[in-house]
Design a protein around this ligand. Structure first.
Ligand code: UTP
Length: 289
């Protein structure tokens, strides 16, 4: 199997749950303390050996391309001023990494967004990373999935145990047998009622997929809401090509939701050595510092 070197970042969604912040700024540019969600996701990909980043964008997403552009004038200015730490912060992407931007055209769902990467991906496995799933973990989730794909020989998705009342927000996998946190998926159900869910394990925003998924996506009809769901194509992948679930190690925050975004911000701030943790704790406990 070829090494996995390409990652797709679907950033074409409307981010309606974050309006008005997302009226002109993409959801993926929202910062967790001082770093945008998309940069966290890109750093994870690059550390996992990805050298080609494919962003599936919408019209209002110029800020993402701007964010990864070099700023030579500003860089030079900071260099002259001897501000090495600021120079470092401007370097948002290693030079050897290629960026490709593909407009989605219309926000017709996550499956439709992933399908737009088809002309760039050859007969190879590729990663899909949803930047609004922010992960704090000692383990690189994308790298771990790539390992799973290499050892299992088929596609893999990251899953997490979710509270029963939230199962209806996820694609939920049926895995009859787990072995050291991984298992063969035998079924996957999109947004099931708790009583119909095959397990409590929901798929989260990290995937490493066989290019065969593109022909499955191309055949997938839109759902009742007019969106092409990635889960519907994964259902066929389960039976035709195989799919492995890997349990997430670490903490994931659903930053598509205000609650998850605020929790991610607080957890990251408390772990940030440049901030006064004791003051933050006092504030959270209601004792204003
Ligand atoms: P969401 O379900 O969170 O949708 O998409 P959204 O539009 O971003 O946000 P809300 O629901 O309106 O608040 C999950 C991921 O899929 C991408 C999003 O950018 C996000 O990373 N996506 C979704 C697309 O790229 N295109 C789409 O048509 C839909």
């Amino acid at each position: 199997m070829k090494p996995v070197t390409k990652a797709v970042f679907p950033v074409g969604g409307m981010g309606t749950r974050f309006l008005p912040a997302t009226k002109s700024i993409p959801k993926e540019m929202l910062p967790i303390v001082d770093k945008p969600l998309i940069q966290h996701a890109v750093e994870e990909a690059v550390a996992a050996g990805i050298d080609t980043l494919i962003f599936i964008t919408s019209a209002s997403k110029h800020a993402i391309s701007d964010h990864f552009d070099p700023r030579p004038m500003l860089r030079q200015k900071f260099q002259h001023q001897g501000k090495a730490s600021l120079v470092e912060k401007l370097d948002t992407l290693p030079e050897q990494v290629t960026r490709i931007f593909i407009p989605q055209g219309e926000p017709l769902g996550l499956g439709h967004a992933v399908l737009q990467a088809r002309p760039i991906i050859e007969d190879e496995f590729f990663a899909v990373i949803l930047a609004d799933d922010y992960i704090r973990s000692p383990v690189n989730t994308t790298a771990a999935l790539i390992d799973t794909v290499h050892s299992g020989g088929c596609s893999a998705v990251s899953v997490e145990e979710v509270p029963e009342q939230w199962l209806s927000r996820y694609g939920v996998v049926g895995v009859p047998q787990w072995h050291h946190g991984t298992g063969k998926v035998t079924q996957i159900v999109e947004k099931p009622a708790a009583t119909e869910a095959p397990s409590r394990f929901g798929v989260i925003g990290r995937y490493v997929l066989d290019a065969a998924v593109f022909s499955l996506l191309a055949e997938t009809p839109p759902d009742q809401g007019g969106e092409i769901q990635l889960t519907d194509a994964l259902k066929k992948l389960v039976t035709d090509n195989g799919l492995i679930a890997r349990q997430l190690e670490g903490q994931r925050y659903d930053c598509g939701h205000k609650q998850g975004y605020v929790q991610a911000t607080v957890a990251t701030a408390l772990a940030d050595g440049t901030l006064q943790r004791d003051d933050l704790m006092a504030l959270l406990e209601g004792n204003r510092p």
